[in-house]
Design a binder for this molecule. Sequence first.
Ligand code: V47
Length: 367
Amino acid sequence: MHTFLANHELADIEAKVTAGERLSREDGIRLYRSPDLLFIGYLANLVRTRKNGNKTYFNVNRHINHTNVCKNLCQLCAFGRKAEDPGAYTLSLDEVEAKARECHGLKISEIHIVGGLNPELKLDYYLAMLRRVRTAAPNAAIKAFTAVEIDYLATLHNMSLTDVIKALREAGLDSLPGGGAEIFAQRVRDIICSQKISARRWLEVHAAAHGLGMKTNATMLYGHVETIEERIDHLIQLRLLQDRTGGFLAFIPLAFHPRNTALADHNLSLTTGFDDLKTLAIARLMLDNFDHIKAYWVMLGPKIAQVALHFGADDLDGTVVEEKIVHEAGAATAQMMAKSRLINLIKSAGKEPVERDTLYNVIEEGF
Ligand code: V47
């Protein structure tokens, strides 16, 4: 058997990875405690290559954030506003439709819609929005509404999660994005998002979507007050749900940006490149039943996102267009990336760019 270093402190984990065996909670914690980033990256790259070869997926997408008015106002978030605050906004259906219409000419294959929990907006607004976007951009899949928004609608209208998701799907919804998961440990949620739904409810929403055959994504917000153990426990809970349903498409680690949030004075700094790459790599190793690990350049910066393609990530998201959530929290990245630049980042990392749709069907390759 080929080994990187036979007497390495992580040699037993390497043996498990090469044999395709599942890593334990303890293995995950040991990986985090090890400073040997290159070794961890090497292991993650083995798995990445086994699952996706040399391909790196990307999609041509755009974001629409229909409102920043939110009743939760999570401590981690710089985007949400009270209705009466300066800068609070809610897009009219005409405005949302106009943004979707722009996508048609731009060959955008996915529209990512999320917003705050605005008490003025009821299910009829969401259904009308989906119908209008579907008509305005018939070739784009609609990935919309985090588990937090789905729960909000179900509670507001006293409906089951399944009935809400069914109604949204009939109006045009294709999949759910992975936001709102944060860190599942309640200790952490009490500090960073005390008003948000519990971990259990987040997982219930995704299970309900999967039960209807709808695919979803999963995220983890890291780099604030969580411990390494809480990160690994988060990954293990996702892995358990994926064992049950198989409904997750991709996992996206989200690097916390403290500026303009209520956590800004907790003495938190931006995540380091070292932690970003280690987290991506450990996610790739722990989430053995996820096909895709996404590097989100908006939060990582394009340079770390590119290097991440050798540390377990096989997907580089995306053209994006008009990202607001992390830019309100001080992200220094641009608000969009041209398709040609994404392709260049992937090719110059020695990987093969593959343009994909929401479900990872190939739209174009051989760039
Ligand atoms: O839910 C909020 C996070 C998420 C901050 O599914 C913050 O394909 C960092 O979920 N610093 C929204 N992060 C983004 C998201 C996402 C992004 C790209 C692709 C997909 C996908 C999903 O961003 C929120 C929250 O977890 N967030 N505030 C902040 N200050």
